[in-house]
Design a protein around this ligand. Structure first.
Ligand code: ATP
Length: 213
């Protein structure tokens, strides 16, 4: 996945609708302390499905909503949208149907817009290309592309030492993530849980059958 654009509105210090184009090559964000550089990275992480308010430096998820200043009232909602581009074949099948092949029969890159919106008292919802998605599926979309809210591709302040000193298990996790198989692990775990539930149901059905015979 290639990141193309980030839009923020009401997210942390970004009270006004703001957008950042992410151009090819290296992008640097510079500014004085406290101007909101880390908030930008947190917005990306939040849109990718971060579920821990703590890792976004908040006590609860609603803390990502602009909380007001001496001169501006607080907001009731926050929205972040990430515009991505996927090479043909790399996007989930559900998104291929809507892809435009440019009229020449050859599939072009697919644009994927992931939006997350939170309202006070109502929690947050995700939309992908305008349709509502489960948080889990948004997380898997990024995990399959070897990135995500918990990805080691996002190195926050103080995390560098932790990566350098990682134990062999954590290091293996890094390699698995680079290979893009983290999503498969999550799916296997879910499948195992379903299997166990089905086995328990079968045993229960056997018991019931036994009492009827
Ligand atoms: P540094 O270089 O010191 O790490 P930074 O540029 O990364 O700074 P951030 O930490 O991203 O800055 O931004 C912090 C600013 O965001 C603070 O001024 C803080 O008051 C503001 N802020 C954070 N959450 C909210 C919120 N929910 N509503 C309003 N402002 C917020």
């Amino acid at each position: 996945l290639t990141f193309r654009r980030l839009r923020l509105s009401g997210f942390k210090s970004f009270v006004e609708p703001t957008h950042l184009d992410i151009l090819p090559g290296l992008t640097g964000i510079v500014g004085p302390n406290g101007c909101g550089k880390s908030n930008i990275v947190e917005a990306v992480r939040w849109a990718m499905g971060e579920t821990s308010a703590k890792s976004l430096r908040g006590g609860e998820m609603e803390d990502v909503i602009f909380s007001g200043t001496a001169t501006r009232p607080s907001r009731n909602h926050a929205e972040v949208s990430l515009l991505l581009e996927a090479p043909p074949g790399a996007a989930p099948a559900a998104l291929h149907a809507a892809a435009n092949d440019g009229g020449d029969g050859r599939a072009g890159p697919i644009e994927i817009e992931v939006q997350r919106r939170i309202e006070r008292g109502h929690g947050s919802i995700f939309r992908v290309n305008g349709r509502e998605w489960r948080a889990r599926d948004v997380q898997l979309l990024f995990a399959d592309s070897a990135t995500g809210a918990r990805s080691t591709a996002l190195v926050s302040q103080g995390k560098l030492g932790a990566i350098v000193n990682a134990n062999p298990q954590d290091r293996r996790h890094l390699l698995e993530e680079a290979a893009g198989i983290t999503g498969l692990h999550a799916r296997r775990h879910e499948a195992e849980l379903k299997l166990r539930a089905a086995e328990a149901n079968l045993a229960r059905a056997d018991d019931v059958l036994g009492t009827l015979e």
